[in-house]
Every structure is written in C-alpha cells, then in structure tokens.
Ligand binder design. Structure first.
Ligand code: SF4
Ligand code: SF4
Length: 191
C-alpha cells in the first residue's frame, strides 16, 4: 500500500500490449520531444532458446517512486516529489547534466537530451492530471495495456475493469527489485 494515499501510478497489462509504440508516440507528441529522448519506451525482450522462444513487450517510464533514487542522487536538487499526485518532477532549469540520476535510477527512466545537455524525464503528465485528463501514453494505448490511477485503486482493482486486473504483480521478469525505490506500478504478466 502506498504511503501517500493520493499516489498515482501505472498498471501495465503485458497480455494486451502489441508493441505498436503508440504510447511512446503519444508522449513524444505531447511534449514535442527531440530524437533520442524517450520518456516512455517499449522494451522488447526475448527469453528462452529456439524453438521455445518467448517475446515480451514492456512499456516502461518513470515510476514516480515513493523513495526516488534520482532525487537522492541529484547534487543540485533538480528533483522534487510533489504531494498532490506523488509525481516525481524534474526541473530542467536546475539540471547541470551530470547524469547522476541516470546512474541511480534502476529503471532507466531519466533520458539525456544531447542538444540541451540536460536530463529529461516523464512528469506523469502532471499538467494533464491537473485538468482531470489521463496521461498522454494511457490515452493513446489502443490495447488498454496501460492504465493510471491511485495506487490504492489499482491494488484493490477499482482503477481498471475486472477483466484486466488480476493477478497483480510487483514486477515482471527483468524489472529491478521494487524494494529499491518503491515504484508506483503494478503488472499483469503474460505467461
Ligand atoms: S523510476 Fe527512476 S527516475 Fe522515476 S522516480 Fe523512480 S528512481 Fe526516479
Ligand atoms: S500503446 Fe499500448 S499496446 Fe501499444 S506499445 Fe504502448 S502499451 Fe503496448
């Protein structure tokens, strides 16, 4: 259970992802992101050996962790964790591009903008949440693989339809140990 009862997070249903990357495109369009900066990324992983090969699609972004390693690692205080939605926000104006947050984040979320020589990161679409709108990636996912909501609602099944909600997992294979930063994300695994 999240410490902050308002904490917003993700629910990702691996079964529904078709690796179309619409979530990535929706995010890039929302923020007019440059080439190379992927606040949301669809990671394609192969497991096993021929003929028993399994392909996984994992749509991944900042998990707006309860104990953000990025925030702890930043030497100039460019990161804050706000309390309204629990979003971990990055202030590019303060960022000196030292990449310490990139090294500290276990999920590869902070991205480096080569042109600006500064880090760039998912904001949980804070500006959209303020308007009562879903994050851009959630809005554009055609397969309903990606949802957002209060973590308490995701955990109790209120945030998404029954058909998608169980069994909930804290991680997928290859995902870092959630004990490291308490990420705000739950999964359903494609077995
Ligand atoms: S996922 Fe990484 S960048 Fe996002 S809050 Fe957690 S530690 Fe920070
Ligand atoms: S938009 Fe949805 S279905 Fe497409 S890649 Fe992203 S999570 Fe998967």
């Amino acid at each position: 259970m999240a410490k902050n009862s308002n904490q917003i997070g993700w629910y990702y249903n691996e079964n529904n992802c078709i690796a179309c990357r619409a979530c990535e495109a929706g995010c890039k369009q929302e923020f007019d992101l440059p080439i190379g900066v992927r606040r949301r990324r669809v990671i394609i992983k192969e497991e096993g050996k021929y003929p028993n090969v399994k392909v996984r699609y994992i749509s991944s972004a900042c998990n707006h962790c309860e104990e953000p390693a990025c925030l702890k690692a930043c030497p100039v205080g460019a990161y804050t964790k706000e309390s309204e939605f629990g979003a971990v926000l990055h202030n590019q104006g303060k960022c000196i591009g030292c990449k310490k947050c990139m090294a500290a984040c276990p999920y590869g979320a902070p991205q480096f903008d080569e042109k600006k020589k500064k880090v760039d990161k998912c904001s949980l679409c804070y500006h959209r949440l303020k308007e009562g709108l879903p994050p851009a990636c959630v809005r554009t996912c055609p397969g309903y693989a990606l949802w957002h909501g209060k973590m308490s609602d995701i955990e109790s099944g209120k945030a998404c339809p029954d058909v998608y909600k169980r069994p909930l997992k804290d991680k997928l294979p290859g995902f870092a140990d959630p004990k490291l930063t308490i990420p705000s994300v739950k999964f359903s695994e494609n077995k």
